[in-house]
Design a protein around this ligand. Sequence first.
Ligand SMILES: Nc1ncnc2c1ncn2[C@@H]1O[C@H](COP(=O)(O)OP(=O)(O)OP(=O)(O)O)[C@@H](O)[C@H]1O
Ligand SMILES: [Mg+2]
Length: 259
Amino acid sequence: MATKKARIISVVNEKGGVGKTVTVINLAAGLSLRDKDVLVVDMDPQLNATKGLGFSPSKDGPSVYDVIKLEVPVPAQSVVVHTPWEHLDLLPSHTDLSGIEIELANVAGRENRLKEALAPLADVYDFVLLDTPPSLSLLTVNVLAFAREVLIPCQTHPYAYSAMDELLETIAIIKEDINPDISIMGVVATFFDRRTRVSNRILESLKTDKRLVGKLLNTVIRINTTIAESADHGKPVVFFRRSSTGTADYLALTDEILG
Ligand SMILES: Nc1ncnc2c1ncn2[C@@H]1O[C@H](COP(=O)(O)OP(=O)(O)OP(=O)(O)O)[C@@H](O)[C@H]1O
Ligand SMILES: [Mg+2]
């Protein structure tokens, strides 16, 4: 059975609303369309990736919380749910995740709980994509302790660009202290609007940023209202409207990452 070796990709940015969740669910959708077996892990207690894949989690439904909690954690395999789409599975989130920092405060090795719990799943999937909350909480640290690759969505907006300093520093610290195997796979510009001067200026800054040499992906995710609309329907835009620019951009990102 154990034949695969998943690429474990975390989508991270401490800045909120930059397109992390949309990138996770649409990259997952794109990869599943390319016949890759994909697991999405929703580590954000906001549940956006869970809802974006059509699940409305119940109070006592199984979730990723159950696999890292203090009291009798359950095996991750028993918590995975199949989405309506072939090749695409989900480890749903739960609002209880927001209390995990306090719950595990005195537990040794608390930053490696997710890694230990999900290790068996790396043999089952081609890709594990992890969505993170907009903060450097214990949840994000658990994701970064497990992941081998980091994909950073950067909104083409000045605030998002200036937040990159802290983010790159955070990843360097994690690499030094917790996970030497982690590296930045890429930075993807999001919310690009070619009509605005500011979007173009920030994209130019990303292209010439010496820290990001070889990291900025060629694919640029354009601003596209169909993306927000698809979230409302609990579907990745890739499955919601094939003819949208959102779909075109995320399929291009998929193919670039499959490279
Ligand atoms: N390219 C885009 N064009 C238009 N709207 C988008 C685009 N990408 C994301 N959105 C919308 O912007 C909002 C924020 O996106 P998303 O939830 O992916 O960001 P996030 O980084 O995950 O946010 P958070 O930090 O809160 O988790 C959502 O309503 C989403 O539907
Ligand atoms: Mg999100």
